[in-house]
Design a protein around this ligand. Structure first.
Ligand code: CDP
Length: 131
């Protein structure tokens, strides 16, 4: 079976991490995730991330480093996470999400993250300032 990659962004701005609340499908609605989506054929993970964040949030971003690890989502789908920073625009929930929040390190546990995102969120949180 070909394994497809979902790439998600640990998007940082001013010492905070972006969390996005899913509005669909019903079994995921209300849970929070790092925004992203599936790689299309021929795309690099970085290209897919920039495209997905543009489509979902209306912002231009610059990918940084890969957060080590790979997390199974369902058969044939794995999650990879890259850091990214916003280079232009203000994120808005254009599709897939109905709310966005910027979280400081101390606020990371205040939203109900999707289980599969939790290890990456913990790792992303270690890259946030203590303040
Ligand atoms: O937009 P696209 O169809 O490419 O992707 P998506 O629907 O946003 O995500 C594909 C799958 O990855 C869905 O099942 C999401 O629940 C899952 N996903 C996830 O578990 N964690 C993320 N941070 C992003 C996506």
């Amino acid at each position: 079976m070909t394994v497809r990659v979902v790439v998600a962004g640990a998007v940082y701005d001013q010492g905070r991490l972006l969390a996005a609340r899913r509005s669909a499908p019903p079994e995921l609605a209300g849970r929070w995730e790092l925004p992203g989506g599936k790689l299309e054929p021929g795309e690099s993970p970085q290209q897919a991330l920039v495209r997905e964040l543009r489509e979902e949030l209306g912002v231009e971003t610059e990918p940084g480093e890969r957060i080590p690890g790979e997390w199974p989502l369902k058969p044939g789908l794995v999650l990879q996470v890259w850091t990214a920073r916003v280079v232009s625009g203000e994120p808005r929930p254009l599709q897939d999400h109905d709310e966005l929040r910027w979280l400081t390190r101390h606020e990371l546990d205040t939203v109900d993250w999707l289980d599969q995102d939790r290890p990456a969120v913990a790792e992303a949180g270690r890259r946030l300032p203590d303040g």
